[in-house]
Design a protein around this ligand. Structure first.
Ligand SMILES: C[S@@+](CC[C@H](N)C(=O)[O-])C[C@H]1O[C@@H](n2cnc3c(N)ncnc32)[C@H](O)[C@@H]1O
Length: 438
């Protein structure tokens, strides 16, 4: 029975009160006398109100108060949700997926078109099997706290892709404390690594955990050479590499990805992994996601019209996901939405060049002309499982372990990991490239 009904019921039974206390008379003792006293007061009030004609107006006012109270309580829930962006449960309920379904991809998931529509060989089942194997490996990582470096999702992605491709040489650009070097080593225990990073990972050892690999040639510290300036012919000779399609290059150096793609093509490399494939309107460098986010791609292109559905949806989601952007951040002068407000960022945003939509469009056509495969790693699991609060699911493909599949999440050992390791997902991408057909 609702509160309003109960109050009405009480009011009506009070009017019938001379006979309504039948059961109460059987109770006996002090309680009975209290009840009787109470009824007689109520009776007296009712009789007075009936005589003066105030009974119905008071009942009506009571009903209005009940309705207002229930609306207030309900709306307090909503206020609570928008006031506390860290309230994960509220976030999930607000978007309608309390553990069963989610809204992955509802704002579009752009992708880069490849030359012949080729796809990767691995399936979602392979990814699941890979997860089962990788979780215990990840638990043994030497650098537990890898803030500013890769978290779980991308560590898994790099390990999985590397193990699948089985390269003869692994090149890494951007080592930081050496976590990604360690991941490459787990995937290929005996394969040489070449690592380029301005600061040698051994420097971090003075302050805490870091990883320095015994079978890695470091171009770091005073020996640092940027990927674009390296004499790759000499490096390949030194490692006995005759076929450069047997090399995997991993970029986590926050450089313009179009620049890195052109350098990799020039050097003859074919298998490339980019760690931070930032979404449109985010990040400190120009990424493939941004380049390929075009109107002719399903899920691509943007409206900077402030009354559009997209603008409303983005505004709402910005309050809940740290990496979600609204059109204020996405759109620049002249409704420029490509890159970050129309900028092509490079080198951790130290270089920041405005480009026109025509240039941006040409960049996407160039990327398409060299792409054989484009594959974005999905997030490992939905946010109701990982409790991640950063990436917006509306801009991501469906996760490997979907929301609601808690027993699978637990069986894979993912529930043992701290929530913070799931906060670094930025659409890691694997590209297979070749020179454009002329
Ligand atoms: C995000 S961190 C890399 C994280 C690392 N891959 C991991 O998983 O922990 C970026 C690294 O790129 C390095 N870096 C900066 N400029 C670079 C460049 N031009 N070439 C290679 N690395 C660069 C930085 O010093 C930093 O160590």
């Amino acid at each position: 029975m609702t509160t309003a009904n109960k109050i009405l019921e009480r009011a009506f039974s009070t009017r019938r009160s001379p006979h309504a206390s039948d059961g109460a008379e059987d109770d006996g003792g002090d309680d009975e006398s209290k009840t009787r006293k109470h009824i007689s007061v109520a009776m007296r009030v009712t009789n007075y109100l009936t005589r003066t004609g105030y009974l119905w107006p008071i009942l009506l006012i009571g009903l209005i108060i009940v309705i207002i109270t229930s609306v207030t309580i309900h709306s307090r829930d909503l206020v609570c949700i928008s006031a506390s962006s860290s309230d994960h449960i509220s976030r999930l309920r607000f978007f309608g997926f309390d553990g069963q379904e989610s809204d992955f991809g509802s704002l579009g998931v752009p992708w880069c078109r490849s030359k012949h529509g080729k796809n990767v060989e691995w399936t979602s089942n392979d990814l699941l099997k890979g997860l089962e194997e990788f979780v215990p490996i990840y638990e043994t990582r030497p650098i537990k706290n890898n803030v500013y470096g890769m978290g779980f999702d991308h560590s898994f992605g790099l390990w999985f892709i590397t193990r699948w491709l089985k390269p003869d040489l692994m090149i890494e650009s951007g080592a930081f404390k050496g976590h990604s070097t360690w991941v490459l080593r787990q995937a290929m225990p005996d394969t040489p690594i070449v690592s380029l990073s301005p600061r040698h990972p051994e420097k971090y050892l003075k302050k805490g955990p870091a990883y320095v690999d015994g079978n890695c040639t470091y171009f770091a510290g005073k020996d640092f050479v940027d990927f674009g300036s390296m004499d790759w012919a000499r490096v390949m000779r030194k490692h006995g590499i005759k076929d450069r399609s047997r090399v995997l290059v991993f970029f986590d150096d926050h450089q313009n990805e179009l620049k890195r793609l052109k350098q990799a093509l020039k050097a003859g490399f074919k298998h490339l992994v980019f760690e931070d494939n930032y979404d449109t309107g985010t990040g400190d460098h120009y990424s493939f996601r941004q380049i390929c986010d075009q109107f002719y791609i399903t899920g691509g292109g943007h409206s900077c019209f402030k009354d559009s559905d997209e603008a409303r949806m983005r505004f709402r989601r910005k309050k809940f996901w740290e990496k979600a952007v609204d059109i204020q951040e996405l759109c620049g002068p002249g409704e420029a939405w490509w890159g970050v407000r129309g900028h092509m960022r490079d080198d951790f945003n130290h270089s920041n060049k405005a480009i026109t939509y025509a240039e941006h469009f040409q960049n996407s056509r160039f990327v398409e002309s060299v792409l054989d495969v484009y594959w974005e790693l999905p997030p490992v699991a939905g946010p109701s499982l990982t409790h991640q609060t950063r990436y917006d699911p509306a801009r991501a493909p469906s996760p490997i372990v979907e929301d609601g599949k808690y027993s699978l999440f637990r069986r894979l050992g993912l529930s043992q990991l701290e929530a913070s390791v799931f906060n670094g997902y930025t659409q890691m991408v694997y590209l297979q490239v070749s020179e454009p057909v002329t």
